[in-house]
Design a protein. Structure first.
Length: 125
């Protein structure tokens, strides 16, 4: 399987807070619609996105604002949910790869950042 990702990915354990929207992704207005708060654990990150586990269940395609700390700086970024599902009893390759994190949340959420974050030091994650 060819990895067509633009940025290298790194395993990590970074606590995060996020705000997301509910409803039809096509009609959400990020300026005026109500946001729901959540928290999770980022377990895989790159400059272009993050993979996290949480007890929140988000809808595919919804915008999400993520807040987390990287060594030396706090990140606040907007992204879109590009993959999500339940960790438990999920035969998908993604869920199997991260099954050891199922005690950190029942749902996995992959977020693609709207704009890549600044380069970070992967050896300090």
């Amino acid at each position: 399987m060819n990895d067509k990702r633009k940025f290298a990915r790194f395993a990590c354990k970074i606590k995060c807070k996020f705000m997301y929207f509910e409803g039809d992704p096509e009609t959400i207005n990020i300026e005026t619609d109500k946001k729901t708060k959540g928290k999770g654990l980022i377990i895989d990150i790159s400059q272009g996105g993050a993979f996290l586990v949480s007890d929140e269940r988000l809808t595919l395609g919804v915008p999400v604002f993520l807040e987390f700390r990287l060594p030396g700086k706090k990140e606040k970024t907007l992204g879109t949910v590009v993959r999500t599902g339940l960790m438990k009893n999920n035969p998908s390759e993604v869920a199997q790869k991260f099954a050891s994190f199922s005690d950190k949340g029942e749902t996995y959420i992959a977020v693609e950042f709207e704009n890549p974050i600044d380069e970070f030091q992967s050896d300090r994650l």
